[in-house]
Design a protein around this ligand. Structure first.
Ligand SMILES: [Zn+2]
Length: 280
């Protein structure tokens, strides 16, 4: 999905803003699996089995309540039971859009078209919503997860494309955190922790080739720079390409040996409990 070099250092050691300084935390690894839905549950189950074999017992699971309008999670009792089972094991369920689809709008400029169609294949659902539109989808999404017996504390926008008004809505709805490609945003403390996520784009052969190269460079840079938080974002289609899957598993095997494996929710809770001010 993202293959260009970062425009800022791979990481910075502390929150920007008023959040606690988490640079003293043990080096951590968060593996997130994007796009879990009634459609992708089987694929995600296979990914979790591979990750478990590598010493990654917990992940942040990004759940789409109604993936491309193909089936709501709260209308599928098997999905709800399965998700509750994973959360009971220590995985985290994060709200990830509602449909994961951005309807194209009339009169769009070239830049908007490039961002929302080329960069994300039309999946930037929260890229340019109004505050009210975003609030309504967040409420529906949260209600869908509640109906499955899950209370999410985080929201992550599809393709990390979170517009300004949508970000205000996320804060207003009381989510504890959100993430962008380059940072974790603590909504309660209004702090932002710079941490670049690894992510692969597999839609075309050239994208896969570039992703392997770029993520190889990024992994080495984050590892040598002793990034406090290493983020690896996975998508179900990654597992359909053996070269991509092999590289991901190799890097995760190394990182899981060197780092404390956690979820976004637990990582933030630990940052708060370790802060000198003792804020929670
Ligand atoms: Zn997604």
């Amino acid at each position: 999905m993202q293959t260009a070099p970062p425009s800022h250092p791979a990481h910075q050691p502390a929150f920007q803003g008023s959040s606690p300084d988490s640079s003293a935390l043990a080096p951590s690894l968060v593996v997130s699996i994007h796009d879990l839905s009634t459609v992708t549950r089987g694929a995600v189950t296979r990914m979790l089995a591979d990750l478990g074999d590598l010493g990654v017992p917990v992940t942040s699971l990004l759940v789409i309540p109604d993936h491309h309008h193909t089936g709501r999670i709260d209308a599928d009792p098997d999905f709800g039971a399965w998700l509750r089972g994973r959360v009971a094991e220590g995985h985290e369920a994060v709200l990830h859009g509602f449909y994961h689809l951005r309807p194209s709008k009339a009169g769009e400029g070239v830049v908007t078209k490039l961002i929302t169609r080329s960069y994300t294949a039309g999946e930037g659902e929260f890229h340019d919503l109004t505050f009210d539109e975003a609030s309504a989808l967040l409420q529906q999404g949260r209600a869908s997860l509640h109906a499955c017996g899950i209370k999410p504390t985080g929201f992550i926008a599809p393709a990390w494309l979170l517009g300004e008004e949508a970000e205000k809505a996320v804060r207003n709805e009381g989510f504890d955190y959100t993430t962008r490609l380059g940072s974790v945003i603590d909504c309660r403390e209004k702090g932002e922790f710079a941490a670049r996520s690894m992510v692969y784009s597999v839609r075309a052969p050239w994208r896969r080739g570039l992703s392997l190269l770029w993520n190889g460079v990024l992994f080495r840079a984050l590892r040598m720079g002793e990034a406090p938080l290493l983020r690896i974002g996975l998508h179900p289609p990654d597992w359909e390409h053996q070269a991509i899957r092999r590289q991901i598993l190799k890097f995760i095997r190394i990182a899981a040996r060197e780092r404390s494996v956690t979820t976004y929710q637990d990582w933030l809770a630990r940052a708060h409990s370790d802060s000198p001010s003792g804020s929670s």
